[in-house]
Every structure is written in C-alpha cells, then in structure tokens.
Write a protein that binds this ligand. Structure first.
Ligand SMILES: C[S@@+](CC[C@H](N)C(=O)[O-])C[C@H]1O[C@@H](n2cnc3c(N)ncnc32)[C@H](O)[C@@H]1O
Length: 207
C-alpha cells in the first residue's frame, strides 16, 4: 500500500545522511535532467522533490535563482549543508509538495528527479497541472516510469513504496497540461526522462 506524505517525509529524513550513494542509472538520470533543463543566467528554476539537492545544486551555477522544495526536513537539511559546503548561495530550500509547492511566483524551468512516482496517477496529473499553472517554458521529469511491463523483480520499482506511471500515461498528462513532449530518454526499462516545452502564455507577455 502507498504511504502517506508524512510517512514518505519520515522515510526520506531517516535516509538523508546516506542518500547520495547512488546507482549508475540514477546518476545518468540526474545528468539528463540537468542537461535538458539547461537554464539561462536570468532563469528561475523550481526543483520539486529536491531531496539532498542533486539537481538544484547542479543547476544553481547556471541559473539566476533555484527554488528547491521537498516534504522531508532531513533531506532539506542535508541539501542546505551541501550548498554551504560548495559555497552556493542562490538556492532557496524549503518545505513544499508537488501539489502545494509553496511558491507562486513565475518560474522559467521546473525540474523533478526520482520523486513524482510516489504519487498516484491522479495525483501526478494534479501535480503537473500545478506546475503548468506556474508558467514554465520547460518541465523536465526524471523518474521511475514504465517503458514496458512493470517488473518488481527489476531495480527501481518496489510496489510497497512506489507508484510509477507508464510513459504513455505521463505523455498524456504532459500534453493535456499544455506541454509538447520534446524528448523521451530511456535510461532503463523502468527509468526515464521526459521533457515538456511550451510557448509561454503568461500575463507578463514574455515568450
Ligand atoms: C528519491 S528522492 C529524490 C531526490 C532528488 N530529486 C534526487 O534526484 O536525488 C525523492 C524525494 O521526493 C520527496 N517527496 C516525496 N513525496 C513528495 C511530495 N509529495 N512532494 C514533494 N517531495 C516529495 C522525498 O521527501 C524525497 O526527498
């Protein structure tokens, strides 16, 4: 059975100190998310499910500002510590969830890596709707996702804690929320990166 938000937060806080030991597929996914996000020096980036900051800290030197949100205080504390160690001062770490990111300013690029699969498919749709409402020109999602049949005996998918979607379901959600799918990267049969782009239609008139 899937866990509650509070259970996920506690589970990740307990793992925060050791979290950065990672598989080659996870690292490949991080690299792809960072490469596809490609923020410019004036861009505001929102990283959801930021964890210990793998994506946020990699993007920070290239962006104006990175806003990092997570539900786990333990993961956020470790991320803040890493930012201090690296002398990075343009990342704002704070409590926030996919469907309530606690950030309502315009953003240019939204990223999320290895986190959205904790939500049900209906919740994922609400999360992408929330992201779309912030007006980013690009949304880059790295995550556990099914390119073939779900296989709990293969890595990355534990039905007791994960609820990944198929790539087809995610593609529908992206396009329904106004993102054209411009890249699909298969890292493993159960891990991939999707890139959604759209013309900006915000009131500030930027394109
Ligand atoms: C596997 S970690 C990935 C962290 C980071 N993005 C990375 O690539 O290393 C998943 C993170 O998602 C967070 N998370 C889980 N459910 C969430 C939600 N509903 N909203 C925001 N973050 C969530 C967890 O607290 C955890 O830090």
């Amino acid at each position: 059975m899937r866990k509650t938000r509070e259970e996920y937060a506690a589970r990740f806080s307990a793992k925060a100190a050791d979290y950065d030991d990672a598989s080659p597929e996870y690292l490949a996914c991080c690299d792809l998310v960072v490469d596809h996000a490609a923020p410019g020096p004036d861009d505001v980036v929102l990283d959801l499910g930021t964890g210990t900051g793998a994506i946020a800290l990699a993007l920070a030197p290239h962006a104006k500002r990175v806003v990092s949100r997570d539900i786990s205080e333990g993961m956020l504390d470790r991320a803040r510590e890493k930012a201090r160690e690296r002398g990075i001062d343009n990342v704002e770490f704070g409590d926030g969830a996919f469907r309530a990111p606690a950030f309502e300013e315009p953003v240019d690029v939204v990223t999320s890596n290895f986190a959205l699969h904790h939500l049900s498919d209906d919740e994922k749709r609400e999360a992408v709707e929330t992201i779309a409402a912030l007006g980013p020109r690009r949304f880059v999602l790295g995550d556990v996702m099914f390119f073939g049949e779900p296989d709990p005996d293969e890595p990355f998918y534990s039905p007791e804690v994960d609820d990944p979607a198929t790539v087809g379901t995610l593609a529908d959600v992206f396009t329904d929320c106004g993102f054209a799918l411009t890249a699909v990267e298969r890292v493993h049969d159960q891990v991939g990166v999707l890139v959604g782009e759209r013309a900006r239609a915000r009131e500030d008139g930027r394109t």
